[in-house]
Design a protein around this ligand. Structure first.
Ligand code: ANZ
Ligand code: ZN
Length: 818
């Protein structure tokens, strides 16, 4: 059964909003009303929108509408993340040029956003693959380049042989390409990086300034992975070369009984050369390099490794300890080398047991009866032993003392280590923003002058990946004259990671048509930061970290007025079908097109919000959506009926019924408002309006006056507007002749609510003596005086001494007496 009625109503209101540009806002500091910026993460435009997009934008739209009707001037823009691998792979699969297939995808998103009735300021629409946009992506790249924050280095990189491109560490999951699942290989390549590690501490500190879900902040903190500790220098007995290690436990230095390098460590093969172990080392390293696997550092994994036939000197006690290569040590962290303390570290312990290495306990647990006493490894703090002059010190004191001693000896220093690596931003792919640099034989790396931006992506025939950028074969494009010396030069042929494109789009929305500069500072001052950002939890780390990083860089350059881009963040939960993630391969995809066609936009929007608290996941149910559909139809029917009954005389005395209904209206306003402001509990907001509509039906049967019924239904429509904008607009217009979005958010008549009463149980020493009526929410003093007015209570209290009174709000009072 189609919803022809609903679809006509949808269209009627969408046409009005489109024609009148209802949701457009100008940059105008003089307009009254506080500016608010509500933003959903822009969609990645490869393929079609899915039901998760609908939920994301339905959440954001509800927030935007709610803020507008509470007097804010709301910026609510939309754009498309258009460059990147999925778009390019899709294009390769379908044989269409990525520009063509991306533009088709964009058109489909845009059409569906309109059909969903999302209140977007279309005058600010942008797509990251447009030269008018990526000109400024390049401009930002050059600012980083000038500051030394964009640099090139030869690096061991993760390479996806299928996509034929470099992957960021973040794009490797379980040793496989996040996109296509192919096992990743290691390669050495010259790459572009952004120096995000320079901002590690500020990215941590900034988390205190923003209202984000705690678990997202934790994910960012863990990703940055700041550890305080010491660097300790070990010298090789046989070669004299020095090796630095990072340790968080300098207090355990005397317990270091062996030394481990990551198999990828550049010195491993050289160290083993000429030893009897050389061959087995070579074998181990080769095998370790092939099996890139990010669980290899896990504590419970069986330990493998190989002796290098060399030793280093423990600077604390001058002992010669053997050197191993083992894959539980990761090249990417610290220095790629560790001092192994098997008595106090689980992985070192497992390794020592497997390889028969000595285990020296140097920390005594403080609580001798604690579970860890006498049992190794003991990883907690305690008191030092077998540590020479440091014996008897606590771990904390010893850590500091040993570090100072190392520093004095020139054998170490205090340091901080981070898990965060610099951001690898170059990709050997076609469908991305060109890096605005030329390579000149005499001048080296030369930035393309700002006035020559954008460096346009050339239109080439063969854009399939080949291991080097497809752009390298576009000769006309590649060969240029050097902007510095006028000599022959070649363009950089790598393109930028799409995460660069999406790390600043929220700035461009503030001033999207500016052709002189990326944005006008005052436009940002008006709108930034984003008051409410909304998106999927899958972006909790990368996108959000990168966007915060670029914002901080631009802030330091004086280009942006805020150091944090997103004041508040909301992450919505995923919609599943039969408990499983929706995917084409499973064939369980719920298409928003079909749902909207069948039920209309409002049913779809309300249902995805009604399924449960929007921040948690929920399973799609066909019955669930039917229920919401019936509710909206009933609301429309009520509206139409009441619009026709003009001032019909009430049957009998309606006063009582009207008051009851009016109270229900006031209550509903309070509930909807609270659930929206407090925790995005839109499911509760919608349920409250459903309840109101039931009360209306009941009151109608009981003979309530048309005026009271109209008031109730119009208010219900008004409250439902953020979720069901089309039907709400229709019903509201029928009943009031006005446009609901032009009226402010309903205010509850508190006098009605205050008159609601509660029956309070009155006890004396726990024994029930009476019940009294008080206003709901009455405070303790009111309850007590009401109770004391009861003869039965007074009688029970006589001849006794009051010790205390206990009040349970709205429920009970107990006098405790002797
Ligand atoms: C000696 C030691 C003794 C350690 C002890 C721990 C306990 P977090 O806290 O995560 O920063 N480590 C250092 N670099 C490593 C690498 N590249 N691969 C694997 N492990 C590495 O961890 C720091 C600790 O992890 C360091 O402190 C080091 O082991 C190990 F009782 O040094 B420790
Ligand atoms: Zn030159």
């Amino acid at each position: 059964m189609d919803a022809p009625d609903f679809r006509e109503i949808d269209k009627k209101w969408q046409d009005i909003w489109h024609r009148e540009r209802t949701w457009q806002v100008s940059n105008n500091l003089t307009e009254s009303g506080g500016a608010a910026y509500v933003l959903e993460m822009l969609p990645y435009t490869s393929g079609e929108p899915h039901i998760g997009h609908l939920k994301n934008y339905a959440v954001g739209d509800a927030v935007a509408h709610f803020m507008r009707r509470n007097g804010r001037r709301v910026l609510h823009p939309m754009g498309y993340d258009a460059f990147g691998l999925p778009a390019e792979n899709h294009a390769i699969r379908t044989g269409k040029h990525p520009k063509e297939s991306t533009d088709e995808s964009i058109a489909s998103f845009a059409r569906q956003f309109r059909e969903w009735g999302i209140s977007i300021d279309w005058s600010r629409e942008l797509a990251t693959h447009q030269p008018s946009y990526y000109r400024w992506t390049q401009w930002i790249f050059l600012r980083l380049f000038e500051k030394g924050l964009a640099y090139r280095k030869n690096a061991a990189v993760k390479w996806c042989p299928k996509d034929a491109t470099v992957l960021a560490n973040e794009q490797v999951v379980g040793g496989r390409c996040e996109r296509c699942g192919t096992e990743v290989e290691a390669r050495q390549l010259e790459q572009w990086f952004f120096r995000i590690t320079d901002y590690a501490d500020r990215l941590l500190a900034g988390l205190h300034e923003i209202e984000w879900p705690e678990h997202v902040k934790t994910m960012q903190r863990n990703w940055i992975g700041r550890s305080e500790g010491a660097e300790v220098i070990f010298s090789c007995v046989e070669t004299g070369e020095q090796y630095h290690v990072f340790t968080t436990r300098p207090d355990t230095l005397f317990g270091a009984t062996f030394f481990v390098l990551a198999p990828e460590h550049p010195d491993v093969l050289r160290l083993a050369a000429g030893t009897p172990q050389e061959e087995s080392v070579r074998e181990y390293v080769n095998q370790a390099l092939r099996s890139t696997n990010d669980t290899r550092g896990a504590a419970d994994k069986p330990k493998t490794g190989v002796f290098l036939g060399r030793h280093v000197i423990n600077p604390a006690n001058n002992e010669h300890i053997p050197v191993y290569a083992a894959d539980y040590v990761l090249m990417e962290y610290g220095t790629g080398a560790v001092m192994a303390v098997p008595a106090h570290d689980e992985r070192d312990y497992a390794f020592a047991r497997a390889f028969g290495l000595p285990i020296t306990q140097v920390i005594t647990p403080d609580d001798p009866d604690g579970p860890a006493a006498g049992q190794l490894p003991y990883t907690g703090a305690g008191t030092l032993r077998s540590s020479g002059e440091f014996d008897g010190l606590t771990s904390a004191a010893a850590g500091a003392a040993i570090t100072s001693w190392l520093a004095a000896e020139g054998a170490g220093c205090q340091t901080v280590s981070y898990k965060l690596r610099d951001w690898l931003v170059s990709r050997q792919r076609y469908w991305g923003c060109p890096i605005p640099i030329v390579h000149c034989q005499s001048c080296g790396l030369v930035p393309v002058p700002d006035e020559q931006l954008p460096v346009r992506l050339p239109d080439i025939e063969d854009y399939a990946p080949k291991g080097r950028s497809p752009l390298a074969s576009a000769d006309d494009w590649v060969n240029v004259t050097c902007p510095a010396c006028g000599g022959h030069a070649r363009r950089e042929t790598d393109t930028m990671d799409t995460f660069v494109d999406s790390s600043w789009y929220f700035l461009r929305y503030c001033d999207p048509t500016n052709t002189e500069q990326a944005w006008d500072f005052n436009a940002l001052a008006e709108w930034m930061p984003v008051d409410q950002y909304i998106g999927g939890i899958e972006h909790a780390i990368l996108h959000l970290l990168y966007a915060r990083f670029l914002t901080k860089v631009l802030y330091d350059l004086g280009k942006v007025p805020v150091a944090e881009p997103f004041a508040k963040l909301f992450t919505q939960g995923m919609i599943t079908k039969d408990g499983a993630k929706m995917s084409k391969s499973r064939g369980n995809v719920v298409s928003p097109v079909r749902i909207v066609k069948h039920y209309g936009a409002d049913t779809a929007r309300c249902y995805v919000l009604f399924m449960g608290p929007p921040d948690t996941g929920a399973d799609w149910s066909d019955e669930g959506i039917e229920g919401v559909y019936r509710f909206l139809r009933r609301l429309l029917r009520l509206g139409r009926e009441l619009a026709e009954t003009t001032q019909a005389p009430a049957a009998g005395d309606t006063h009582q019924i009207d008051t009851g209904l009016n109270r229900k209206v006031a209550e509903t306003i309070v509930r909807v408002t609270e659930s929206m402001t407090q925790k995005f509990a839109f499911n509760i907001s919608i349920a409250a309006v459903m309840e109101l509509s039931n009360s209306v039906s009941r009151a109608q049967r009981d003979g309530a006056s048309p005026a009271a019924l109209r008031h109730a239904v119009a208010t219900g429509a008004s409250l439902l507007f953020p979720f069901a904008p089309h039907i709400s607009s229709e019903v509201y217009e029928l009943l009031t002749g006005r446009r609901v979005w032009e009226d402010s958010w309903p205010l509850a008549d508190m006098t009605l609510l205050a008159s609601e009463t509660k029956l309070i149980v009155c006890q004396v020493n726990g024994k029930v003596r009476d019940r009294v009526e008080v206003p709901a929410g009455a405070d303790d003093a009111v309850v007590e005086s009401a109770a004391r007015a009861s003869q039965a209570v007074l009688h029970a209290l006589s001849d006794s001494t009051l010790l205390k009174t206990v009040v349970v709000r709205d429920k009970l009072i107990n006098f405790v007496v002797r």
